[in-house]
Design a protein around this ligand. Structure first.
Ligand code: PGA
Length: 248
């Protein structure tokens, strides 16, 4: 089963609209690769100029967050129809920073996954353990529980198009990357969980990314693993290095 590689940048809260366009122009030739899905997940205010800036290139645009209602009295939020109309195709859901800083729980994350699918957006659904859970040795149970909760009432056909990002929290922005074997161990386990919850065909189709201090130096080894189909990249997505990851 060959799955198409997907390399997504998570810009987080970086780049003003002007800086965002400049970065798109800087990366344009560096991220060319017809064999890879390249995605920029950008701050809400950058979406419109970034969609314009990447027109005619191989880059797809993603959002970093959204809310589950279509419209109404939800001050500060942005809806799936707004994202769709602007040209967004992917959306990150359940990033550890959303969970830890903004208090998002698995009930909301599951609602977001279902809403994204219902709206024609592809979720990049994040999971991952803290350093304490890694040290305690209970990280596998934790991640299995996250996956089960977050996929409640999501169909096999939907999961076939889903992207799951395994991001150990202790490796995010810390410069400490999981080893390729550590990352592969969990990505393989996630695929087995999907096979248990659905079936083998669904498990073979779902794309699983590693995220957490992935960079130009370690990407090739991580991406060589059979169950790692791509990366969700924070810091290194804001630099020319991102092109090296796309072409690793
Ligand atoms: P990082 O972030 O690459 O800067 O570690 C990854 C992420 O949080 O998605």
């Amino acid at each position: 089963m060959s799955r198409r590689r997907i390399i997504a940048g998570n810009w987080k809260m970086n780049k003003t609209p002007g800086e965002a366009v400049a970065l798109c122009n800087e990366l344009k030739d560096l991220v060319k690769n017809d064999a890879v899905d390249v995605v920029y997940c950008v701050p809400a205010i950058d979406i419109v100029p970034v969609v314009e800036a990447v027109k005619g290139t191989n880059v797809h645009v993603g959002a970093e967050n959204f809310y589950i209602e279509d419209k109404g009295a939800f001050t500060g939020e942005i809806s799936a129809p707004m994202l769709k109309e602007a040209g967004v195709e992917y959306v990150i859901i359940g990033h550890s920073e959303r969970r830890d800083i903004f208090g998002e729980n698995d009930i909301l994350i599951n609602q977001k996954v279902k809403k994204a699918f219902a709206s024609g957006l592809t979720p990049i659904m994040c999971c991952g353990e803290s350093l304490a859970l890694r040290k305690a040795g209970t990280y596998k149970e934790w991640i299995a529980r996250q996956i089960k909760w977050d996929l409640t009432d999501v169909t096999a056909d939907q999961v076939k198009t889903l992207v799951i990002a395994y991001e150990p929290i202790w490796a995010i922005g810390t410069g400490e990357t999981a080893t390729a074997d550590q990352a592969e161990e969990v990505c393989k386990m996630i695929r087995e969980i999907i096979a248990d919850l659905y079936d083998q065909a669904t498990a073979d189709a779902v794309r699983i990314q590693y995220g957490g201090s992935m960079n130009a130096g370690n990407a090739a080894e991580l991406l060589s693993k059979p169950n790692i189909d791509g990366g969700l990249i924070g810091g290194a997505s804001l630099k020319p290095d991102f092109g090296k990851i796309v072409n690793a």
